[in-house]
Design a binder for this molecule. Sequence first.
Ligand SMILES: [Zn+2]
Length: 104
Amino acid sequence: MSVKLVSLKCPSCGKALSVERGAENVFCTYCGTPLRVEPRNRFSFHFFNEAKIRKAEANEKIRMKQLEMKEREAKRKRKDQWIAIAVALLFAFAMIFIPMLLRR
Ligand SMILES: [Zn+2]
């Protein structure tokens, strides 16, 4: 069994590359650009935009973290509000009941 090679041109530097048939992700041996062999068209190279995908994923993660932090902040604020209301109510009750108890 011999390995079948396909000749493809790097879309980045234009140099001809020999790629093993069936390979999906390759790097240009000349310029190092990550490339993906399009399965629908074995004879064309497409930029494998891994960097962009990774960046998008990282951005998404950051966005999720920010949302999470905002949510947590909102929860904390709501909790603080409830504590403030509870303290105010306790204070109001004390102001009403303590004089009543003292009057007896
Ligand atoms: Zn190249």
